[in-house]
Write a protein that binds this ligand. Sequence first.
Ligand SMILES: Nc1ncnc2c1ncn2[C@@H]1O[C@H](COP(=O)(O)OP(=O)(O)OP(=O)(O)O)[C@@H](O)[C@H]1O
Ligand SMILES: O=C(O)C1=C[C@@H](O)[C@@H](O)[C@H](O)C1
Ligand SMILES: [Mg+2]
Length: 173
Amino acid sequence: MDKSIVLIGFMGAGKTTAGELAARKLNTGFIDIDLEIEKEFGMPTTDIFKKHGEKAFRTYEKNIIESKCTEKRQVISLGGGAFMDEGTRRTCLDSTIVIFLDISWEAWKKRYELLVDTRPVLQDRDLDEIKGLYSKRRVLYADHHYSILVDDLTPDETADKIVELYLHSGKKN
Ligand SMILES: Nc1ncnc2c1ncn2[C@@H]1O[C@H](COP(=O)(O)OP(=O)(O)OP(=O)(O)O)[C@@H](O)[C@H]1O
Ligand SMILES: O=C(O)C1=C[C@@H](O)[C@@H](O)[C@H](O)C1
Ligand SMILES: [Mg+2]
């Protein structure tokens, strides 16, 4: 199986953390799209949003995903907002194995403090507004090949499930 894995899901679901572990277990490359964008701009995401605006971030995000999705056998962790773009959804669903890391709102709330300083999208919203964003995005994350409910999983357990699903998808394709 040559296809890459793409991890989607809300901010803080663990795409970066579990994705890196899964890549290690599969002995494949790991690509974190947020990190690629930060390298390109030479600054953290919060500064990219401040200095260049969200639109510049999103444009680069879409382009880099398109170029990375065709690479073979990579674990690719998207940023939480990337899958809102219709073209990105199509590219990922057509050329990779898309795995949705699903986290319940109750479990997510416990991660809020870990995230807020580095996720600009959270910074100008109160908790009710974030819940609205979570619900709206969940509709689009529903377009996937596999999902994992991560509420009670450690990153290592999530990574094991990613590996299991990937190997299972290889048997079907
Ligand atoms: N299974 C887990 N249990 C507890 N904490 C976790 C788990 N997975 C990730 N975390 C913690 O949650 C925070 C966010 O994780 P991570 O950066 O992997 O999320 P993400 O899905 O990549 O978010 P983003 O969409 O913003 O890129 C980190 O501090 C990480 O240590
Ligand atoms: O959910 C989002 O919109 C974002 C999530 C992060 O991964 C980053 O891509 C950025 O902070 C935006
Ligand atoms: Mg991430």
